[in-house]
Every structure is written in C-alpha cells, then in structure tokens.
Design a binder for this molecule. Structure first.
Ligand code: SDX
Length: 435
C-alpha cells in the first residue's frame, strides 16, 4: 500500500495533532490538502488575495513565476508564439492537445460559421451612451447572450459545453468590433468568412462601406500573436471569477460576462490602457523619467508604474519579452517617422532605469504583458479604450476552457470561502429613542 505523504500540524494551544495529505503536481509547487482542517482541528486558513492558495486542480496552463515560464498544455509560450496561430491555441486550450491538419481545419470552419450575432442584439448597443466605455458594452452584451442561449444549454452535457465555447470564441470579435463601431457612429460590419480570425476582426473594426479595405498583413500577424499571448494565464483574477460564477451552475455566457468585468480593473487587464496613459503623461510632461520612477517608489503617492510587477512572475514576464520584440519590429515596419517611437523609447528608458533601481529589483518588479502591448495596438490604429476589449477577446478561450474543466471536475463544488470575522460581538437591539 503506497504510504500517503502528509504534513503534521500541531495545535500548540491544545496539543492536538493532525496529518494533512500532500498532493503532488505533475509540475510545479506541491499543495497541502486542507479540506479536512476545519472538521479535524476547527480552523480556517487565512489567505487574502490567495497568495498561497490553490483553488482547484487544472491541466490547462502551467506558470513558473520564478523562472518566467508559461506553457499551454505543456507547450512553451515562446514556441507557440513563433509557430502557432490563435485558433490552433484555442483548440489546444479547449482539448489539451494540438490538432492535426483535419482537426484544425474542422475547428476553423466551426468558428468561422458562428461569428454572426442575432440581429436583435444590435438593438442592445443603441441603449448605451455614445461615450460608453467598450468594456461596459462588452459586459452588457456578452451577459445578454445568456438571454439568447439560456434554455438550449445543458451545462452537464459535454457537447453543449463545447457549442457554448465555440459560440463565445467565434462571436467575441463581432461583439468587440461592434462596440467600437457603435462608439464611433459607424455602421456595423458583418464577419467575412473568407478572412482569418485576426484579419476578420480588423476588417470588422476598420472597413468602410465607401471603399475597399485590406488590413496590413503585418498588423494581422501581430494581432494574432497578441491574442496567443493573452489566451490564458492559470488562475488569474478574471479566470477565478469565471470559475466561481460558474460553480453555481450559472449560464456560461453570464459567467464570461463576470470575467470581463473583473478583467476591466486597472490592476488586471485594464493595465494596458493605463500604461499608455502613463507613457503619454511622461512624454507630454516637463518631468523626466526618473521623476515618475521616484513617484512609483513613494508610499505616499498612489502612482504605480503601470505594466510593472506581477503576482506570479518574480522574473521577466515571458509574454512581455515576446511583445517587446514584436513592438520593435512593428515600429521598424512603420518607419522611423512613426508617431509611436517616442512612447516605445520612453517605455524602454523606464524599464532600463527601473531594472537598475533597488526598489524594483528587491521586489522582483519586472515589465509584465501589459507594458508593451498597448504600443502595438496603438500603432495598429486601435484606440486606447479598446485595449482591454482585445485582452477580453483573447482571454475568452482561457475562461471558457477553465469553466469547462471545472464543470467536468468530480472534485468541483460551489465556491463558498469562509472569513476571519472581526465584527461586533452579540448585542441587543437599542430602540431609536435610546441611541
Ligand atoms: C495582469 O494574475 C495574472 O496572471 C494577471 C495577468 C493575466 O494574464 O491574467 O498576467 C494580467 O493583470 C498583469 C498585471 C497588470 N497590472 C499592472 O501592471 C498594474 C501595476 N502592477 C501592480 O498593481 C501589481 O504589481 C500587481 C497588481 C500586478 C501585483 O500586485 P501584488 O502581487 O498584490 O503585489 P503587491 O501590490 O503586494 O506589491 C508588492 C510590493 C508593494 O510594495 P511593498 O508594500 O512591499 O513596499 O511591490 C510594490 C507594492 O507597492 N509594487 C509596485 C508595483 N507593483 C507592486 N510599486 C510600484 N509600481 C508597481 N507597478
């Protein structure tokens, strides 16, 4: 009989000891199974922000923050970035393996055939003010999809779950592009089945009924890369939101809408928009880069170096390294007189000074995926307010893959954390005239 590995926990106040099982991963950090802790020893664990908590078992994505490693299904992000496409990565995240030629062609055809939206969804957009942030529109419209597909989905049926996954991956570019078109008073553009996934999105964003449009192939490839790099990232805040929402067996479209809302925050997916606003402020101000570095270090100043730092990566974010190189290539493609070069040069100056400054080095604060991605999107003509929408569009496959994994996980239960209560002790009600 294989000896179970355990850790012994002793409660020094009572002398009681319990054995907690160690659960070993295929790769990375082992975990202590604390599911019996409350029942056997009468304690909760306390871990705000979940710095030391594994919320689930997953085989989709592996991160090693100390070594700066990111793998989808065991494939290094650097190799997927160089050789794969976003739709091939979608297949990998959903199924756990790379497709063969027939499987990839079949998957691409399914996605291409689900890009249209119900015509009634168009009317949802006109309910928003013209200056509504596209992320607000995305939260509303994606959530509304649950009104269009609610009865048809049996979330315990694997085929129904795959149909929902295909619908979401296919329709997000249309929903995203239409949020841009609506905000700019432009006619909605329909998907074009003859175009690739990234090319179709750029076409829906920028084509005009008045003249032919063809997206710059360099932009198409750069956008496909950005979507690959943003496709999944283990149990980040928005993915954990989708898992927690989905754990109550809520409609998957509503769960994805909750993930979009979480991603919107500047501490998470909203950082790419904040990075550009920070770089523009630096370029337009009469202060030098060191002034902003000093503000980021000042505890009394809320200013942070946006695009820097990461909960997991205590090394360079591998995605940032890839995006930095692509950013440089794209600006070269645009030529030296491009208007974004100064932002890129400022970003590199910030990075150079920060990585020589003990405040950042001692806290393992490196550029993350958001630090350079915004410059690429800006150079493609994508407006600031659409940056996090592109992130959401890309991360949808990660969210729905984790949702699918959770629903089929026999250990999965409704998520219901406990708390460390430090409120009032029991007391009697005081009548109003006696307070
Ligand atoms: C994403 O989780 C994921 O995987 C997310 C993501 C994904 O793909 O899903 O990778 C995408 O969200 C990337 C992160 C984008 N956010 C930003 O770039 C915003 C700026 N970064 C920070 O706000 C911060 O670094 C976080 C939110 C990313 C991480 O916060 P943590 O892990 O809670 O770290 P912390 O706030 O406890 O910081 C540790 C120390 C603190 O100083 P001390 O209290 O030790 O003195 O580092 C400091 C912080 O003040 N610090 C920064 C800083 N980030 C952390 N100081 C200045 N500038 C920063 N950017």
């Amino acid at each position: 009989m294989e000896q179970k590995e355990t850790v012994t926990l002793t409660d020094n106040s009572t002398g009681k000891q319990i054995e907690l099982p160690i659960l070993r991963p295929t790769n990375g950090t082992p975990t202590i199974d604390v599911r019996g802790l409350y029942r056997e020893l009468g304690y909760f664990t306390y871990d705000p922000g979940f710095l030391s908590t594994a919320s689930c078992r997953s085989s989709i994505t592996y991160l090693d923050g100390n070594k700066g490693i990111l793998q989808y299904g065991g494939y290094p992000i650097e190799q997927l970035a160089e050789h794969s496409t976003f739709l091939e990565v979608c297949y990998l995240l959903l199924s756990g393996d790379l497709p063969n030629e027939r499987e990839l062609k079949q998957f691409e055809t399914i996605i291409t055939r689900h890009t249209m939206l119900h015509e009634a969804l168009k009317r949802f957009y006109s309910g928003f003010r013209r200056d509504a942030h596209p992320m607000a529109i995305m939260v509303g419209v994606v959530g509304a999809l649950s009104a269009f597909y609610h009865d048809e989905i049996d979330i315990h049926n694997p085929e129904d779950r795959m149909i929902a996954a295909h619908q979401l991956i296919a329709k997000m570019p249309t929903i995203a592009a239409w949020s841009y078109r609506y905000a700019n008073g432009l006619p909605f553009t329909y998907p074009d089945n003859s175009l690739s996934y990234p090319d179709n999105f750029l076409n829906m964003m920028f084509s005009m009924p008045t003249e032919p449009y063809k997206a710059d192939p360099f932009f198409v490839k750069a956008l496909d890369l950005i979507m690959i790099l943003h496709a999944d990232h283990e149990q980040n805040a928005s993915t954990s939101t989708v898992r927690l929402t989905g754990s109550s067996e809520a409609n998957p479209f509503a769960a994805i809408s909750a993930g979009i809302a979480s991603l919107w925050g500047p501490a998470h997916g909203g950082a790419n928009e904040s990075v550009i606003r920070m770089l523009v402020d630096i370029v337009e101000s009469d202060k030098d880069v060191q002034y902003y570095i000093d503000r980021a270090k000042d505890k009394n100043d809320r200013f942070r170096l946006m695009g820097f730092g990461h909960r997991i990566y205590k090394n360079y974010d591998p995605r940032a390294r890839i995006i930095r190189k692509t950013c440089h290539e794209l600006l070269e493609h645009l030529g030296q007189d491009n208007e974004y070069q100064e932002l890129f040069d400022t970003a590199m100056e910030l990075e150079r000074i920060a990585l020589e400054d003990d405040y950042f080095v001692s806290r393992n604060l490196y550029p993350n995926v958001d630090f350079y991605s915004g410059i690429i999107l800006l150079a493609m003509g994508i407006p600031l307010t659409m940056f996090t929408v592109i992130f959401a569009l890309s991360r949808t496959v990660g969210w729905i893959s984790h949702w699918n994994e959770m629903i089929q996980d026999p250990e999965s239960r409704i998520g219901r954390p406990r708390q460390l209560y430090d409120g009032a002790l029991p007391r009697d009600y005081v009548p109003l005239n006696k307070r």
